[in-house]
Design a protein around this ligand. Structure first.
Ligand code: GLY
Length: 299
């Protein structure tokens, strides 16, 4: 049987991305997708390609992930990241990371440990240290624009809904390798000015990400509380299992999200046959895809 060519879809958040910030968002997603596609073309697994891509996005200060993440109410970033392997439904996630710049790598190590699925806060950082990951000063994750935004939030009336209309840069990717394996991964600093300890959808299996080789892989981005309430990513893969096209599954997911006034976000889907979809109910979502049909980016 002919192999399906590799394919990758990357997202960099769904929100009202202003015109001056659109080029770095679009270009950052395309750059990361090209990095991931090159990995897949040299037979790296979907899981490994997702790690490389999400690391690239975490290292890009444009996105609310890794360096440049938003600050919580107490003035420091808390990072969440998760990754899922569609071949064996293995999952790894870490939440509340403060001292590591690439939480997706720690999430991957959690996935490899079959006693674990999800680690939080101090315990997740102990695990990361034990596994030899390089620690950083929490201050190193903070960039000046985010510090300035935090100062503004602190001194004024902070409206999370208004903020979500204007900013949410969670980053992630879904990949299909030449062996037909699907994987999905997300990384985020979460919501601006969030309560310390708040966890969003991004690193939770079924909520922000899901992957099953038989049906498809999905990453969500947007207001995490509403996505969690709907277990949105698993719902998408369930719809694919029932025979929905990826377009229909994406539209149904957004219809469910629209039930909430604050149900704002988007999603990317990749199927075992390489069909890719990116859909959102926000003014814009940064995304890029590469597959047998070539490169696609929004205008
Ligand atoms: N979707 C990212 C978050 O709510 O944390």
């Amino acid at each position: 049987m002919a192999k399906i060519g590799p394919a990758i879809v990357v997202h960099g958040g769904a929100w009202n991305i202003p015109p001056e910030q659109w080029p770095p968002h679009r270009d950052g997603c395309l750059r990361a997708a090209r990095v991931g596609y090159a990995e897949l073309k040299r037979d790296v697994s979907a899981l490994d390609a997702v790690v490389v891509v999400v690391c690239d996005l975490e290292d890009d200060p444009t996105f609310d992930a890794g360096v440049g993440s938003v600050l919580n109410r107490d003035g420091y970033p808390e990072l969440d990241s998760g990754i899922m392997d569609g071949a064996e439904l293995r999952f790894g996630g870490v939440v509340g990371i403060r001292r590591f710049a690439n939480p997706i790598r720690i999430a991957r190590a959690v996935l490899e440990d079959d006693r674990l699925c999800l680690l939080s806060g101090e315990g997740a950082e102990i695990f990361a240290r034990e596994r030899g990951f390089q620690e950083c000063d929490p201050e190193a994750l903070i960039l000046e624009p985010e510090r300035a935004a935090w100062e503004r939030h602190r001194s004024g009336n902070f409206d999370l809904k208004e903020k979500f209309e204007s900013s949410n840069d969670t980053a992630g990717a879904v990949a299909l390798d030449g062996e037909g394996n699907l994987a999905a991964g997300n990384s985020t600093g979460g919501t601006s000015f969030k309560h310390p300890g708040r966890v969003g959808d991004s690193a939770l299996p079924g909520c922000g990400i899901y992957a099953d080789n038989r049906y498809g892989a999905c990453c969500c981005t947007g207001w995490g509380e509403q996505i969690m309430r709907l277990v949105l990513a698993k719902g998408v893969v369930d719809d694919l299992e029932r025979g929905a096209t990826p377009e229909k599954a994406a539209r149904s997911a957004l219809a469910r999200l629209n039930r909430f006034e604050s149900g704002r976000g988007g999603l990317i889907i990749l199927t075992p046959t390489g069909s890719a979809v990116a859909l959102f109910n926000t003014p814009r979502m940064a995304w890029a895809s590469i597959g047998p049909g070539g490169e696609r980016v929004p205008e």
